[in-house]
Write a protein that binds this ligand. Structure first.
Ligand SMILES: Nc1nc2c(ncn2[C@@H]2O[C@H](COP(=O)(O)OP(=O)(O)OP(=O)(O)O)[C@@H](O)[C@H]2O)c(=O)[nH]1
Length: 364
C-alpha cells in the first residue's frame, strides 16, 4: 500500500511545526492513491478465490475507510508526526495481512509487501522499515491462522494486468522523489561549496580561498613567466570609523570598498578579504599596470559616500609587490607586499607604496 514519507525526522529534533501540520494531508493523498491502486488486484484475487464476505468488507475498510480514519487520527493528534508514524506502521500490517488473505497469490502479495517496505525505506526515517517488519510478519501470521495458511501462489493474467498500475505509478513516484532529492542535494552542495569560499560580509573570496588562488597565480608566474602583482589593501583608521559612525556604518564601508575593488581590479584579478579591514588582490599584470589600478582604487575609495552616513570619509593604504624569483611561495610574496603596506601606513596613509620604494618618514 502506498504511503508518503514525512519530510523530517523529529527524532533528529529538526521537524518544523508547519511540516507537522502539513504531513497528514500529504500522506492522505498518497494513501488514497496507494490503497486505490492496490484494490483492483486484491478484488480480482478475492473473486478468483471465491473469498468470504468478510474479506470483501475488509477490502472496503482498508481501501476506503482506513485512509479517512488515519487522516482524522493524525489531524486530531497532539503530535501529528508521531500519529502518522503509527499509521505508516499500520499500513505495513495491512499489506502483510493481505498476503495470507489472498492465499499468497505471488505477484500481488509480493508487490504489496514490497511497496509498503519500500515506502518506509524511502521515508528517510532511520530504521522505520525495520521497525515495521515485526508488525507485518505478525499480520501475516494472524491472516494465515484465519485462512489456515491456504497457499495458491499462481497469478492469473487479469491479476497480473491489475498489478501494473500500482507497479508503474509507485516506481515512477519513488524515482521522481529520489531525483528531486538528488537535485536538491546537488544544489545545496554547490551552495555550501560557494559559501566555503566566500567572505560573508563582502561576497569576496575568503582568506583561504584567496590564498589558494594567489598561490596558483604565483606558481604560474614561475612556470610560464607571466607577470603577477600582489596588492594588499588596508582601510585607514578604520577603528575611528567604527567608533564615530557605528559598527553598521563600518560594515557598509567594508562592503563599499569591496565592491570598488571587485569592479576596479578587472575580471582576471582575484580579490579577497583577508579579515577585518584588510583586503588582498592577486593581479595577473606587471607592477606598472598594477600601480595604475591601485591609484584608481585609492582615488575611488576617497570618493566613496554612504547614504546612511554622508559625512563619513574613508581612505585606503596599499602595498604592492611584483612576483619575482625570490618569492618562492605566497608567504614570501605576501611579506614583500606587507612591508610596502607598512611603509604606506607609516608614510601618512591614503597612498600606495610598491616593494623596494624607499621608506618615507612617518609624519605622525
Ligand atoms: N565594522 C567592522 N569592523 C571590523 C570588522 N572586523 C574588524 N573590525 C574592526 O576593524 C578595526 C581594525 O583596526 P586596525 O586595523 O587595528 O587599525 P585602524 O584603525 O584601521 O588603523 P590603521 O590600520 O593603522 O590605519 C578594529 O577596530 C576591528 O574591531 C568588521 O567585520 N566590521
Amino acid at each position: 500500500m502506498r504511503d508518503d514519507h514525512p519530510p523530517r525526522n523529529p527524532e533528529a529534533g529538526t521537524a518544523r511545526l508547519s511540516d507537522l501540520h502539513l504531513l497528514p494531508r500529504r500522506v492522505y493523498r498518497f494513501r488514497m492513491l496507494g490503497m486505490g491502486l492496490g484494490a483492483p488486484p486484491i478484488a480480482l484475487v478475492l473473486q478468483e478465490l471465491g473469498a468470504p464476505m468478510w474479506t470483501w468488507a475488509w477490502l472496503l475498510v482498508t481501501c476506503l475507510v482506513w485512509p479517512q480514519v488515519a487522516y482524522v487520527i493524525a489531524r486530531r493528534s497532539a503530535s501529528p508526526f508521531d500519529a502518522e508514524l503509527r499509521n505508516l506502521m499500520a499500513d505495513s500490517m495491512i499489506a502483510g495481512l493481505w498476503a495470507p488473505l489472498m492465499h499468497f497469490t505471488a505477484l500481488p502479495s509480493a508487490l504489496l509487501v514490497t511497496v509498503a517496505t519500500a515506502d518506509k525505506i524511502n521515508s528517510g526515517i532511520r530504521g522505520l522499515w525495520l521497525r515495521s517488519l515485526p508488525g507485518m510478519f505478525l499480520a501475516v501470521l494472524v491472516g494465515g491462522l484465519l485462512t489456515g495458511f491456504a497457499f495458491r501462489p499462481e497469478t492469473s493474467l487479469p491479476v497480473l494486468l491489475a498489478c501494473l498500475p500500482i507497479m508503474i505509478v509507485h516506481t515512477l513516484a519513488v524515482s521522481l522523489a529520489s531525483y528531486q532529492l538528488v537535485r536538491k542535494v546537488q544544489a545545496q552542495n554547490r551552495r555550501l561549496d560557494e559559501l566555503s569560499r566566500t567572505d560573508v560580509l563582502t561576497g569576496l573570496d575568503n582568506r583561504r580561498h584567496w590564498q589558494d588562488q594567489a598561490e596558483a597565480l604565483l606558481q604560474r608566474h614561475h612556470r610560464e613567466g607571466r607577470p603577477a602583482t600582489l596588492m594588499l589593501v588596508d582601510v585607514d583608521l578604520f577603528k575611528q570609523i567604527n567608533d564615530r559612525h557605528g559598527h553598521a556604518a563600518g560594515d557598509d564601508v567594508l562592503r563599499g570598498i569591496a565592491a570598488l575593488l571587485r569592479r576596479g581590479a578587472g575580471p582576471q584579478a582575484r580579490v579577497g578579504r583577508l579579515g577585518g579591514d584588510e583586503f588582498a588582490l592577486a593581479l595577473p599584470v606587471g607592477i606598472a599596470e598594477a600601480e595604475h589600478v591601485a591609484e584608481q582604487l585609492r582615488a575611488g575609495v576617497e570618493q566613496l559616500r554612504l547614504a546612511d552616513a554622508p559625512a563619513l570619509r574613508c581612505s585606503i593604504s596599499l602595498g604592492l609587490a611584483e612576483a619575482g624569483p625570490t618569492h618562492l611561495g605566497l608567504r614570501e610574496w605576501s611579506e614583500a607586499a606587507d612591508k610596502a603596506l607598512y611603509r604606506a601606513k607609516h608614510g601618512g596613509r591614503n597612498q600606495l607604496v610598491r616593494q623596494g620604494d624607499s621608506l618615507e618618514p612617518d609624519p605622525a
